[in-house]
Design a protein around this ligand. Structure first.
Ligand SMILES: Cc1ncc(C[n+]2csc(CCOP(=O)(O)OP(=O)(O)O)c2C)c(N)n1
Ligand code: SF4
Ligand SMILES: [Mg+2]
Length: 347
């Protein structure tokens, strides 16, 4: 008698969830959009790191990129804010509950054009969160106008040429105070995957600029954010390997050619240097190297800067460990005597 083959049990992570528990709604973005590939990598990284979906707060602004949190981790909290205003919502969420894992997804328009003011203040505060810019150089949702990350001389489908210099969001983030800054490419599965896992382990602001081609409005000859351009011009700085704190893998590595960074939870970020003199713990060198890359028309990818020790905004404010919403009135309400003393001091 023929037996029916049984379906293999799904692989479970360290909190007994399967990858299906990290999925979201069906995407409504264009087929082949780089943003969809980034959502896939987020799902894999969160699953492998065993992050509880209910602890994650997905935050975004407006744009195709900002729609994408609907397509991963349906069990998480989600807040789709106003165009360019996600950073203030993220700051508030983290101040209210420091146990959240905040994951911001923005676009180059959302962050570098309309939202640049908010972006700047988020970076200088080192708010503990992962901030991803899905960077296609255009406003995809409103049909492909140049954004502030478009390179000088790049061309729209209509033939319009961009005359303005691009804002390098990575150089800016490093200058301002973000403590984990990198650039990747939606088509570089291995690099992006490792970077996202390290990002989850980092305590402080992680800013990842991920080049994410817009197949509908910016994937043609003359664009510097197309798949072809990225395949031809991507220059990785390192081979990235991430060992989470719950895996005890000890592989020998050559310290001369590999730099190991221990994250605050004991995880290890191993960067096999493809460029010997590059030191991702040196802020000024990182900015200099990014500026040089622009001169050479290279699209540098990798971890540009990492500092796992810097205090976050929550440390500086000495925020209570308990989520604010759970504090009883007896703790948060000053007594009559304290209020009277304040009034006295103001007299
Ligand atoms: C205050 C405000 N101004 C303008 C718009 C129109 N608008 C919607 S999305 C967008 C740009 C989105 O570009 P980007 O952030 O790069 O996302 P993408 O669609 O490329 O992923 C603009 C200008 C808006 N929704 N709100
Ligand atoms: S318009 Fe561009 S950015 Fe928007 S979903 Fe389509 S390919 Fe992606
Ligand atoms: Mg865009």
């Amino acid at each position: 008698m023929a037996t029916t083959p049984s379906t293999p049990a799904p692989k479970l992570n360290r909190i007994n969830l399967s990858v299906l528990d990290y999925k979201g709604g069906k995407t409504t973005l264009c087929a082949g959009c780089g943003h969809n590939a980034i959502s896939e990598r987020i799902i894999d990284a969160m699953f492998e790191m065993g992050v509880k979906p209910e602890r994650v707060a997905k935050l975004s602004g407006i744009g195709c990129s900002s729609k994408s949190p609907a397509y991963f981790m349906s069990r998480s909290h989600s807040f789709n804010s106003v165009h360019g205003r996600m950073p203030s919502v993220a700051t508030g969420a983290m101040l209210a509950n420091r146990h959240l894992v905040a994951l911001g997804v923005s676009g180059d328009g959302d962050s570098a054009s309309i939202g640049i003011g908010q972006f700047i203040h988020l970076m200088r505060r080192n708010i503990p969160m992962i901030y991803i810019i899905e960077d296609n150089g255009v406003y995809g949702l409103t049909k492909g106008q140049f954004s502030a990350t478009a390179d000088v001389g790049s061309k729209l489908k209509t033939g319009v040429i961009n005359d303005l210099p691009a804002i390098d969001t990575c150089a800016l983030a490093i200058e301002l105070g973000a403590t984990f800054v990198g650039r990747s490419f939606s088509g570089d599965k291995k690099q992006l995957h490792a970077m996202l896992k390290a990002a989850i382990a980092h305590k402080g602001t992680v800013m990842l600029d991920v080049i994410s081609p817009c197949v509908t409005f910016n994937d043609h000859e003359g664009s510097t954010k197309s798949y072809k351009y990225m395949k031809d011009h991507e220059e990785p700085l390192q081979d990235i390997n991430f060992v989470p704190h719950f895996e005890n893998i000890d592989v020998d590595y050559d310290e001369g050619s590999t730099l190991e960074v221990t994250m605050h939870d004991g995880s290890r970020l191993r960067l096999r240097k493809l460029e010997q003199s590059y030191d991702p713990t040196h802020r000024i060198h990182a900015i200099q190297r990014l500026l040089e890359a622009h001169e050479k028309q290279e699209v540098l990818t990798g971890v540009f800067y990492v500092n796992p020790q810097a205090p976050t905004f929550l440390d500086l404010l000495d925020m209570t460990d308990r989520p604010l919403a759970t504090l009883p009135e007896s703790v948060i309400r000053p007594s009559r005597e304290v209020l009277e003393q304040c009034m006295e001091e103001l007299r």
